[in-house]
Design a protein around this ligand. Structure first.
Ligand code: HEM
Length: 398
């Protein structure tokens, strides 16, 4: 199980069913015994779904959006996705092209995943407007938005994750080179998570506010997991079967303000204990929240505006999403505050049944919002995984 309370926190060790043991960085050269589990763990490129959605969080991530070059259309886009797919399949298996930069030499696959998506504008540029999913309609504006259009959206989106920073950067360079004259980088963001093995046992990750973050994610073993996260077959856009919609938000954390709060206040903002992520109503990390419990002071123990209360599916007509973020830190902003926060990436079969209703509610007065600023936004259609011999998006582009 990859997406569960502990699953998303796992590094190499926990990806049962997602990962297979790699044969080594040079496939068959016999060098694999030298690699630890972290280096040798391999995510599968081919399959029903693209890798990088239910794959356990990696310690390093790059999000990159590209725009097609003027004059590039469907033919160039198809050729690009073909090149990108071949590169992704090689790199995820720990194979490097002959003309390689050498950046990842000596390392194994290190759980590398490369995930490709299409933005709303892609479909007009390629003459495929009729096949653009309604799910790509622009997200509504929210009052807490301070979005930078230059760092938002894009024709194409690539998510890279790996448990080694050099492996991740290597993939980034290779894919950018593959883009050639067909597409130009529109924006890029770099993120990180805890390194596998840093904690005594696999645990749910913490974010830069120090909270245990990811506890109540849908779990792959939930009966409705697939229905909530992946697009079913038989829909109006058959090429999206097995795919998912990614909402990407660059969320700045106002850490100087946040860190002024007492521990008790911080815990009330979320509705969970900071130490172990357990609900304020008691138990352990995985104990359900008791949203109806009152304290001796006659007040709700989990306050009315607590983030975990407002975002819970029970409060949102069942709206659920799989949150799979990376933290970011890009130095100090001109005003002296840390340019840091969360590259929030969430996955759902339909953004109108996932991100949108929940964010609408959070936006109306969740206790966490005063400490956040949404700085960039993207919405991408991520097609299903490629079958052997297929490239990503082939069912749309061929
Ligand atoms: C839960 C933090 C933004 C949706 C949580 C939890 C924390 C947290 C600590 C409790 C543990 C857990 O269940 O994972 C944050 C931070 C954010 C952020 C620091 C911004 C930097 C968002 C946004 C959304 C969202 C933008 C969606 C619009 C959720 C959901 C849950 C959750 C659905 C699970 C609620 C439940 O079922 O109990 N978040 N969150 N969060 N958050 Fe956020």
């Amino acid at each position: 199980g990859a997406a569960g309370a502990t699953g998303l926190a796992l590094g190499a060790a926990g990806g049962v069913g997602v990962y297979a043991a790699a044969s080594g960085p040079d496939s068959g050269s016999g060098s694999s015994p030298a690699l630890t589990t972290v280096g040798s763990t391999e995510a599968m490129f081919h399959g029903k779904h693209q890798a990088g959605i239910t794959t356990p969080l990696q310690s390093r991530g790059h999000l990159i959006a590209f725009d097609l070059a003027p004059g590039a259309g469907r033919k160039e886009a198809a050729a690009l996705l073909r090149r990108w797919s071949a590169t992704a399949a090689d790199l995820m298996a720990g194979r490097a092209p002959a003309t390689d930069t050498g950046i990842a030499r000596d390392a194994g696959p290190s759980s590398l995943t490369v995930t490709f998506g299409f933005g709303r504008t892609f479909f007009d540029r390629t003459g495929l407007t009729a096949r653009r999913p309604a799910e790509l309609d622009p997200l509504p504006p929210f009052s807490s938005d301070a979005l930078d259009p230059k760092r938002s959206e894009g024709d194409l989106w690539v998510q890279i994750g790996a448990d080694d920073a050099l492996v991740a950067f290597h993939a980034l360079r290779a894919l950018q080179k593959d883009a050639g004259p067909a597409a130009k980088v529109r924006w890029q963001m770099n993120g990180f998570n805890r390194s596998p093995g840093a904690t005594a046992r696999p645990m749910t990750a913490r974010n830069l506010m120090g909270q245990v973050d990811g506890t109540n994610n849908p779990k792959r073993t939930d009966p409705d997991f697939d229905r909530r996260i992946f697009v079913p077959s038989g829909g109006p856009q058959p090429w999206m079967a097995g795919g998912s919609y990614a909402v990407v938000r660059r969320i700045r954390m106002l850490l100087d303000d946040w860190e002024q709060l007492s521990l008790a206040k911080q815990e009330q903002v979320i509705g969970r204990r900071k130490s172990d992520g357990a609900p304020l109503t008691g138990g352990t990390e995985t104990t359900p929240l008791d949203l109806d419990k009152f304290g001796p002071d006659g007040k709700l123990v989990i306050p009315d505006n607590a983030h975990a209360r407002i975002s819970a599916p029970e409060q949102n007509g069942g709206a659920a999403m799989l949150r799979r973020p990376f933290s970011f830190h890009d130095g100090i902003a001109p005003d002296g505050t840390p340019d840091a926060g969360l590259l929030f990436v969430c996955w759902q079969a339909d953004p109108l049944k996932g991100f949108v209703p929940v964010q609408r509610k959070l936006d109306r007065g969740d206790a966490l919002s005063p400490f956040l600023r949404h700085e960039a936004s993207g919405l991408f259609a991520v097609p299903g995984g490629p079958a052997k011999g297929e490239y990503v998006g082939q069912r749309l582009l061929e």
